[in-house]
Design a protein around this ligand. Structure first.
Ligand code: ADP
Ligand code: MG
Length: 239
C-alpha cells in the first residue's frame, strides 16, 4: 500500500496519467531501475540526475515486455525512454546481427532519425550495441554496407526502409522490439502505407512502443491495429 501511495504521489507531482492493466509504479530514480552498470555509467556521464517523467513511467512497463503508447510533448526524454529498454531487450535476445536487426525504430525525418542514431551510439557504445540509420536524400551505398556487416539496431524513415526492403537488402524477421517515434508526424507526412508494409515484415510476436505528441483518431487507429493490450502513459495536458 505504501508503494501504491508513493506511485500515486509521484504521478500526481509529475502530471503522469496511466491507463491499462496493472501498470507498474514509476522509477523515481536511476538507482531503482536495475539497469546494467554500463548503462548507468553512461547516464551518469551525461550528467542526468533523475529520470524524466516519461522515462520514469515507461521504463518499468517496457522492461516487462509490454506494449506502450506514450503521449508526451517534445523535449521530454522519449528517446532514451525506448532506447534503454531496447538495449536490455537486445542483451537478453543475443541474436546474431548478421541475420538482421532486433530493434527497429521508425521516425519521420532524416534529422530526427540521425538524432536518435546519435543517442543510440552514445548510450549503447559501452554495451557494444551496433546501430545504423537509413534515410532518404542520401546515397544508399553506405547504408547498405552497414546492413551487410550486420547491426543490432536500425533507425529508419519509413520511405527509405521500404525502398531497401523492396531491394531485399534487409530482413526484419528477427525484429522483436519495434518503436514508432513521432507517430503523429509520420501519419501527417503520409507514411501510413509504408509503415503498414514494414510492419507486415516484422513478426507479430514482438514488443511495440508508440510515441506521439498528440492523440487524434488516425493515431488511435494505427495504435489499435499494431499494439496488443498496451499500457498508455500521458504526460502533462496533451489532447
Ligand atoms: P523527446 O524525444 O521527448 O523530444 P529527447 O529524447 O530528444 O526528447 O530528449 C531531449 C533532451 O533531454 C536530450 O538532449 C536528452 O539527451 C536529454 N535527456 C534525456 N533524458 C534525460 C534525463 N533523464 N535528464 C536530463 N536530460 C535528459
Ligand atoms: Mg523525440
Amino acid at each position: 500500500a505504501e508503494n501504491g501511495l508513493s506511485a500515486e504521489s509521484y504521478r500526481r507531482q509529475h502530471e503522469i496519467s496511466v491507463t491499462g492493466d496493472n501498470v507498474p509504479q514509476p522509477f523515481s530514480s536511476f538507482q531503482v531501475t536495475g539497469f546494467p552498470s554500463e548503462i548507468l555509467r553512461e547516464v551518469q556521464h551525461a550528467g542526468f540526475s533523475a529520470p524524466t517523467p516519461i522515462q520514469a513511467q515507461s521504463w518499468p512497463i517496457a522492461l516487462q515486455g509490454r506494449d506502450i503508447v506514450a503521449i508526451a510533448k517534445t523535449g521530454s526524454g522519449k528517446t532514451l525512454g525506448y532506447l534503454i529498454p531496447g538495449f536490455i531487450h537486445l542483451k537478453q535476445r543475443r541474436n546474431n546481427p548478421r541475420l538482421g536487426p532486433t530493434v527497429l525504430v521508425l521516425a519521420p525525418t532524416r534529422e530526427l532519425a540521425t538524432q536518435i542514431q546519435d543517442e543510440a551510439v552514445k548510450f549503447g557504445r559501452s554495451s557494444k550495441i551496433s546501430c545504423t540509420c537509413l534515410y532518404g536524400g542520401a546515397p544508399k551505398g553506405p547504408q547498405l554496407k552497414d546492413l551487410d556487416r550486420g547491426v543490432d539496431v536500425v533507425v529508419a524513415t519509413p520511405g527509405r526502409l521500404n525502398d531497401i526492403l523492396e531491394m531485399r537488402k534487409i530482413s526484419l524477421h528477427q525484429v522483436s522490439y519495434l518503436v514508432l517515434d513521432e507517430a503523429d508526424r509520420m501519419l501527417d507526412m503520409g507514411f501510413e502505407p509504408q509503415i503498414r508494409k514494414i510492419v507486415k515484415e516484422v513478426p507479430s510476436r514482438r514488443q511495440t512502443l508508440m510515441y506521439t505528441a498528440t492523440w487524434p483518431k488516425e493515431v488511435r487507429r494505427i495504435a489499435a491495429d499494431l499494439l496488443v493490450n498496451p499500457a498508455q502513459v500521458n504526460i502533462g495536458n496533451v489532447d
